[in-house]
Design a binder for this molecule. Sequence first.
Ligand code: AMP
Length: 450
Amino acid sequence: MSFENLNLHPLILKAIVDSGYTNPTPIQEQAIPELLAGHDIMASAQTGTGKTAAFMLPALHKLATPPKVHSRGPRVLVLTPTRELALQVSEAAAKYGKHLPRVKVVSILGGMPYPLQNKLLSQPVDILVATPGRLIDHIQRGRIDFSRLEMMVLDEADRMLDMGFIDDVERIASATPANRQTLLFSATLDGAIDKVALRLLKIPKRIQIAAQQARLDNIEQRLHYVDDLSHKNRLLDHLLRDMALKQAIVFTATKRDADTLADNLASQGHEAAALHGDMSQRDRTRTLTKLRHGGLRVLVATDVAARGIDVVGITHVINFDLPKFAEDYVHRIGRTGRAGAAGIAVSFASGKDGVNLKKIERFTGQQIASHVVPGLEPRFKPRPGGGGAPRGTPNVAHKRSRTWSNDAGGRSANSANGNRDNSRGRSFVNDNRGNSFRVSSTQSPYARTK
Ligand code: AMP
């Protein structure tokens, strides 16, 4: 199918041609006709599948016809879990809507100054992209007029659920017209998401895009077995010396690790900086702008901050620490191989990571080939069945009787004492014998419900 068959407005098609897209992705092919026909949809689609255009193109198509209600409020509302994703959605709106006359896109994000947002909201808005918490503030202060809202998009709804935003989302929905069209995008469509959909969507069409259909085919995935932290650092140093690496995102498990690693890399002369949820919005934006403009070669990030980063120059993603959830792996590696470019995703896995590795491979349906750098070989190979090593990894010596060592320097999987990564809502405390305990509250606003 070609984009011409989708009956989108010619000025939107023109922007698609400018973007260099030749054919719609599966999610676009399935979602756009349903949306143009006015249906609600709930779609399972990962990042990297082209899901942003799948909702933004029909949203812009709506804007090409005059509104039925006359007011200054938004006609399209997109809710996202993170500020970075919101900014990416806003950029997509500007990119695909650039030939349409006067499409005003406004982002309302936490951590940004209120006076500027108040000013933006006092002017006519077509597309409002927002994180739920800050939007609620503005709604309560009576600053938003939803009387002409036609479409509401819940992007990464599973993540909003995980982060405890879903009550806010429902309150926002109740402030919008009941006859709106509602779209829900989520990595997975499970029971919890179904309940949300039941409350907010009207007889939605379900669209399922398998993880394998995510556009990962242009990303080469590699695995390096590692012995300890110092081994990881030496491997990272080796990878960063590769001239083919133009820009990289290195993922760590915690914010504190991101800071430490970025500082270490910077002191070794790398153009490196950290990005995580504890930084002010201004610092995050400054770092991302630097990355986008090529002033930064290595970004060391946690999952929450890296969501939505769409920088074409990212040639490598390096999982310094493996993610705990398989969906996050797909999100992370989708930061490379953007817009059809080739990308390389390297993951470090230690003895503790066997189960995670298996979950990731099951989720993507792809085995990650293990690689060895001469001179930096791991000492041990994980036990069969316990380490998740793909079969046929001949490069590493296998010693059944030995177990993997812990990271050197007393670094536990979640290193810092009492460190908490808000993206996951899990706290870890270390006792004075170096044991790490997971402390999680079922009441945590970030608790994962699935
Ligand atoms: P998303 O899943 O929305 O994060 O999009 C992933 C990437 O795919 C973005 O860099 C888009 O610019 C790109 N993209 C979206 N639709 C298409 C398409 N039809 N053909 C090629 N690239 C696309």
